[in-house]
Ligand binder design. Sequence first.
Ligand code: SF4
Ligand code: SF4
Length: 120
Amino acid sequence: MLTKPPHGSPCNGCGGCCADQRCPLGRLVFGPGGRCPALEMRFPAFTCGLVESPEKHAPHVVRTHGADRAAKAAAILIGAGLGCDALLEGEAPNAEWRAWAIGRVDRVASAEAAAIWCAR
Ligand code: SF4
Ligand code: SF4
């Protein structure tokens, strides 16, 4: 198992966040609950199944929008590439990184991505 890096560090795919609780996209697709059903092992790290294989977890979205669009939209909605946004076990937040990450959000692309995943 990989160890979770500090908040705001590059994501190493430890999977701690998605094993602990579902992100907003995970809750939208699977409903409320603990460990996300889309959390997939790609040894030695974990990855998001809604990005890697959306056809497996959300065939209704892929039927409407195609796997490539669904995957790219999922990556935007989970903040892929921004860094570790999980705070586990009382960890102190990295406020400087959080402000940087918020500034990187493309609101138009996020709205388009949300429209893809919110469509039923
Ligand atoms: S966001 Fe953080 S806790 Fe989640 S997989 Fe990446 S490094 Fe691990
Ligand atoms: S949808 Fe993806 S990023 Fe979100 S909790 Fe599930 S596996 Fe993690």
